[in-house]
Design a protein around this ligand. Structure first.
Ligand code: G3D
Ligand code: MG
Length: 180
C-alpha cells in the first residue's frame, strides 16, 4: 500500500486459469463502480473501487485498483511483469468443479511472487453454488495454510463470500510490512 495526501492506494491482482470466474468475481464485487477500460497493451482490465476496511484504528478508506487478466493463454510468460508490478495483494482463484485449476494455483503463485515478493494472498474457491465439486474446503484451507493465507469458498453467481474475500485481502494488505 502506498500513502499520499492521506489516501491509501492499493493494487490487487487476480490470478487463476481461464474460466475460473475472475472477471465475474470482479463484476460482482465492483458493481456499479465498474470501469470498462481495456488496457490492450497489457492484456488487462482495470477496475477502481473505494474500499472501506476496518482496521485497528477504525475504518480506513482505500482507493483500490483491481486488475483482471483478459487472455490467460501465454500471459504468464509475456505480460507478467507489467501486470504484477506494484501489486500489494493477490486474489488467487480456482474453480471448485475443476481440480486442475486448483493445482494450477501453485505455479501461478510461484511466478507471481518472483515479481511481487511476499504479498498477502486470499484464495478463492469459486462456483461453490454448483454441485459435484472436485475440491473441498479442506483442500483449499491446506493450500492457503501453506502460504500463511486465508481462503474462501465463494460464488460470483450468488455473491456468497465475494465481498468477504476482497475485504479480508485488503485488511491484511493494510497490516502488511514487506520484507527486505
Ligand atoms: P475468467 O474471467 O476467470 O476467465 P469468467 O472467468 O468470469 O469469464 O467466468 C467463466 C464462466 O464461469 C462464465 O460462464 C461465468 O458465468 C461462469 N461463472 C463464474 N463464476 C461463477 C459462479 O460462481 N458460479 C457459476 N455457476 N458460474 C460461474 P460462461 O458460460 O459465460 O462461459
Ligand atoms: Mg476473464
Amino acid at each position: 500500500m502506498s500513502e499520499s495526501e492521506d489516501v491509501l492506494k492499493a493494487k490487487i491482482c487476480l490470478i487463476g486459469d481461464s474460466c475460473v470466474g475472475k472477471t465475474s468475481l470482479i463484476r460482482r464485487y465492483v458493481h456499479n463502480e465498474f470501469d470498462d477500460r481495456y488496457v490492450s497493451t497489457l492484456g488487462a482490465k482495470i477496475c477502481k473501487k473505494e474500499m472501506t476496511v476496518d482496521s485497528e484504528g477504525g475504518d480506513v478508506k482505500v482507493n483500490t485498483t483491481i486488475w483482471d487478466i483478459m487472455g490467460e493463454k501465454g500471459f504468464r510468460e509475456l505480460l507478467m511483469d507489467s501486470y504484477f508490478d506494484g501489486a500489494g495483494g493477490i486474489l488467487a482463484v480456482c474453480d471448485l468443479t475443476r481440480e486442475e485449476t486448483f493445482e494450477g494455483l501453485k505455479d501461478w503463485i510461484t511466478a507471481v511472487r518472483l515479481i511481487t515478493g511476499d504479498v498477502p494472498i486470499a484464495f478463492v474457491g469459486n462456483k461453490e453454488d454448483l454441485e459435484d465439486l472436485a475440491c473441498t474446503e479442506v483442500d483449499l484451507s491446506t493450500l492457503a495454510g501453506s502460504y500463511d493465507s486465508s481462503h474462501f469458498l465463494a460464488s460470483a453467481k450468488t455473491g456468497n463470500n465475494v465481498n468477504r474475500a476482497f475485504l479480508d485481502l485488503a485488511k491484511r494488505m493494510l497490516g502488511h510490512k514487506p520484507k527486505n
